[in-house]
Design a binder for this molecule. Structure first.
Ligand SMILES: [Zn+2]
Ligand SMILES: [Zn+2]
Length: 512
């Protein structure tokens, strides 16, 4: 006889079916959740008392995160007809900033979809651009400026590929060489400081239509020196964008744009730089101070000019699908991983500071950063992206309106049988390539929750501990039913039962 209680608390491999059994990961037990639950109400109250406003989208992100995956706010009940077992799955907050569960879902979904349905068997190169401090601040408060900056930068890199991939001989024969990219905005740096920067995954070459049809032409010889002109051009294009938007005056001095009413302000922290460094700190860190006005080489495919930094050292072959997936997961990741956090004094979690382990040590020897709980949560608040700001963008041949897209992306090729290069009816004319500058994402292809978990961590949340497939029985959102079900299954409640605020939030929690 199998147990029919403690839904979601089974662990390990089922001996007969070799399917990992789903286990609810209990977000309320994580240091991140507990720290936010302690510090955010205080921060929110203090700001209210002092008459300072917290931007609405930041309030909303914290409010939703504190309900993400918490069973007291309702759940979906899975039921096994074979053995009567029940399993509860909480709802997710769909947060775009620091929620580790929703961030992991977004990251995994994006990587799976890009590698499976969007990226053809063509080489990829990651270009990372970071900005001077003043520009970071402008970008964090003005999404329209950010969009302009992204189009300018992707345009320059696309020009590089379109002009320098083909040999003179090929250029005469290949029609309309076209670049393509998927760009990701990351708002955070390793110390959780607000550092908006771009991760752009470009085709390392171009698509063009020659006598042998539409195909990929790889870039023949990528060098660090070859990037110099790209960075000069990025600098010139960005200067023009800042002038046009009123951030830089004609005399070159920083200005203030006139249209400030419709710009959503980021959260303003009270304690801007509130961490202590930990690790084997060097007495005299060996920083190289190069002249910012000169182009300087910091390493392989890593250059700096006028406080702009451009890195393009990561290249992946088109056949290496796992490598591509890792690259997309890295570019689409969220700011904090639960595994990076610990309490400095675990015996007193209420008053303990929080330690953030760096993924890679800094050059001065810093291995981890220590924050007060309040300062840590303030850092998170600064990183909430403005509403409606698109964090992933498609450019060139990947843009939804590009006429070659369906012939290039694997999903399009599966759907279409007619290719303009190979299967065109005689006498047809090739479609002219179009290139929308905003690079808006094509309609999202949502991978259902159970399938995504199966693909990424090999757990099938719909398989019961007895091996049978469970059915989704009910979505429970009323407080009385919540209390009754939790009590019946012996699951600990985190407080008085609460109703969901809106049923629009009904999506499953993603266990990562
Ligand atoms: Zn069962
Ligand atoms: Zn969430």
């Amino acid at each position: 006889m199998l147990p029919n209680t403690n839904a979601g608390h089974f662990r390990g491999l089922h001996s007969e079916y070799h399917v990992a059994i789903y286990e609810r990961h209990q977000p309320e037990k994580t240091i991140l959740y507990q720290t936010v639950a302690r510090a955010w109400p205080k921060i929110s109250l203090e700001y209210a008392v002092e008459g300072e406003t917290i931007p609405r989208h930041v309030e909303a992100e914290f409010d939703r995160y504190q309900r993400c995956g918490i069973l007291d706010y309702g759940f979906v009940r899975l039921y096994c007809k074979a053995c009567d077992a029940e399993r509860l799955v909480g709802f997710s907050c769909k947060g775009r900033s620091f929620c580790p569960s929703c961030g992991a879902r977004r990251r995994d979904q994006t990587a799976e979809r890009l590698v499976g349905d969007v990226w053809p068997v063509a080489n990829a190169r990651q270009w990372v651009l970071s900005f001077p401090h003043q520009v970071r601040y402008w970008l964090s408060r003005d999404t329209a400026l950010f969009t302009d900056v992204m189009s300018a930068v992707t345009g320059v890199i696309a020009n590089f590929y379109e002009n320098y991939t083909l040999s003179c001989e090929e250029r005469a024969k290949v029609y309309a060489p076209s670049a393509g990219a998927v760009s990701f905005v990351q708002l955070f740096g390793s110390s959780l400081v607000l550092n908006p920067h771009l991760h752009m995954i470009f085709l390392d070459g171009v698509y063009g239509r020659g006598s042998d049809g539409l195909r990929f032409y790889p870039h023949p010889s990528f060098t660090t020196e070859g990037m110099f002109d790209v960075l000069y051009a990025i600098h010139d294009r960005l200067s023009a964008v800042f002038r046009r938007r009123g951030y830089v005056r004609d005399d070159g001095e920083a200005g203030e744009p006139e249209h400030t009413e419709d710009i959503s302000m980021p959260f303003r922290p009270r304690a801007p730089k509130a961490y202590r460094r930990k690790g084997r700190l060097l007495d005299h860190p060996n920083y190289q101070h190069s002249d910012p006005d000169q182009m300087s080489m910091e390493g392989w495919c890593n250059i700096r000019y006028k406080w702009l930094s451009l890195h393009a050292g990561v290249a992946i072959k088109g056949e290496d699908r796992d490598g591509l997936k890792r690259l997309f997961r890295y570019a689409a990741r969220s700011s904090v991983a639960v595994s990076q956090l610990s309490y400095v004094t675990p015996e007193d979690p209420d008053r303990s500071d929080v330690e953030l382990k760096l993924k890679r040590s800094w050059r001065d020897g810093t291995e981890s950063l220590v924050f007060s709980q309040r300062a840590f949560v303030e850092k998170l608040a600064c990183l909430v992206p403005p509403p409606w700001f698109n964090l992933t963008r498609y450019y060139g041949v990947f843009a939804s309106a590009h006429v070659w897209r369906e012939f290039i992306v694997p999903m399009g090729r599966r759907k279409k049988r007619l290719c303009p290069a190979h299967d065109e009816p005689p006498g047809g004319t090739p479609p002219p390539p179009t290139k929308p500058s905003t690079g808006r994402a094509p309609a999202e292809y949502w991978i259902p929750w159970p399938e995504l978990l199966r693909r990424t961590i090999g757990v099938d949340p719909e398989i019961c501990v007895c091996g049978a497939k469970m059915i989704v029985d009910d979505a429970i959102t009323e407080p009385e039913k919540i209390t009754e079900t939790l009590a019946r299954l012996g699951i600990e409640s985190t407080g008085p039962p609460k109703a969901m605020r809106s049923t629009g939030e009904l999506d499953y929690i993603y266990d990562c």
